[in-house]
Design a protein around this ligand. Structure first.
Ligand code: NAD
Length: 321
């Protein structure tokens, strides 16, 4: 199998995907293109055989074209993004630059090499996105479907929504073979500790209080990162060109319930520090994963309790506890 290009492969989900992919596709090398922002860590993929890191920006279209050409890339899995909602509130420019302009740069490079060059090579552009593009559910609303109208609330989700539309347009206008997956909140190894689960875990294990937005009753569908990686792999292998698929765990949990579970698993009761609700926050998110199940048999395999228990052990080892 040909080599694949993974953008943002030194970040949280990207690095897990690189490990997952190389563990299952020994003949497919991985070129990681990553700008190594604060969120990118080469150590997360250090020692992964068959994975090569190229430090560079997805906005550099010529660089992307040169990688596609020189490595005969036929598959791009696009993770690179600014991903932290809090940062998008204090500094949205970088989100528009990387998530919108950067995604468009990749699409331009893919079109130039795969379509305009006229080689007729089979190809796939896999765009990794978020279920936050759908906005927030009311108490009686059904889970988000792939047909739910986009209603992003934060600059982060708005920039991801913009990138999703560009991917769709490149499929419909130019015939690019592209698939988008919109996934729920992930947790697992190698996540930057500004994100909720590692932040809570580190604070709890080190005896610090837990900062909680609002009343802690906002609900998320937490997914262990390897389940996301499997969903992407299935979509690459069996997802239909031009389609969009929701990926998730199907188990909505409130912030307070997740905290209680973490306290139980760590054996540490931590003080909770409630602060005003985050600007533009979503109260409740849950995506319907029926289409991914029907088209390619996706189903999450890691229950929240098991995934969080694994995460506690990983975090303990990282902290040398
Ligand atoms: P992350 O912030 O941990 O990693 C992002 C990576 O992209 C980093 O390695 C960073 O260095 C790299 N990067 C940033 N700007 C770049 C640029 N201009 N050029 C090249 N590389 C650049 O993010 P993550 O949590 O791993 O998320 C990965 C993808 O999955 C994102 O597209 C995100 O929107 C999506 N997603 C994340 C979640 C989640 O819960 N974390 C859920 C659903 C979807």
């Amino acid at each position: 199998m040909a080599d694949i290009l993974v953008t943002g492969g030194a970040g949280f989900i990207g690095s897990n995907f690189v490990r997952y992919w190389r563990g299952r596709h020994h003949n497919s090398g991985v070129v990681v293109l990553d700008a190594l922002t604060y969120a990118g860590n080469p150590a997360s993929i250090a020692g992964v055989e068959g994975a090569e890191l190229v430090e560079g920006d997805i906005c550099d279209t010529d660089l992307v074209r040169q990688i596609i050409r020189s490595r005969d890339i036929q598959t791009i899995v696009h993770f690179a993004a600014e991903s932290h909602v809090d940062r998008s509130i204090t500094g949205p420019d970088a989100f528009v630059q990387t998530n919108v302009i950067g995604t468009h740069s990749l699409l331009r490079a893919a079109k130039a090499e795969w379509l305009d060059a006229g080689s007729g090579t089979p190809h796939r552009f896999h765009h990794v996105s978020t279920d936050e593009v759908y906005g927030s559910l009311g108490p009686e609303d059904p889970a988000f479907a792939e047909t739910t109208a986009y209603a992003p609330n934060s600059p982060y989700s708005a920039s991801k929504a913009g990138s999703d539309h560009l991917v769709r347009a490149y499929h419909h206008t130019f015939g690019l073979d592209a698939v988008t997956t919109n996934c729920s909140n992930n947790y697992g190894p190698y996540q930057f500790p500004e994100k909720l689960i590692p932040l809570f875990l580190i604070n709890a294990l080190e005896g610090r209080s837990l900062p909680i937005y609002g009343d802690g009753m906002n609900v998320r569908d937490w997914l262990y990162v390897t389940d996301h990686c499997r969903g992407i792999e299935l979509a690459l292998e069996r997802g239909r060109p031009g389609e969009v698929y929701n990926i998730g765990g199907g188990v909505p949990i409130s912030m307070n319930a997740a905290l209680a579970l973490l306290e139980e698993l760590t054996g540490r009761a931590a003080e909770r520090r409630y602060r005003p609700a985050r600007l533009g926050d979503q109260r409740h998110t849950l995506a319907d994963i029926g289409k991914a199940r029907a088209h390619f048999g996706y189903a999450p395999q890691v229950a929240p309790r098991d995934g969080l228990a694994a995460q506690v052990e990983w975090q303990r080892a990282q902290l040398g506890l």
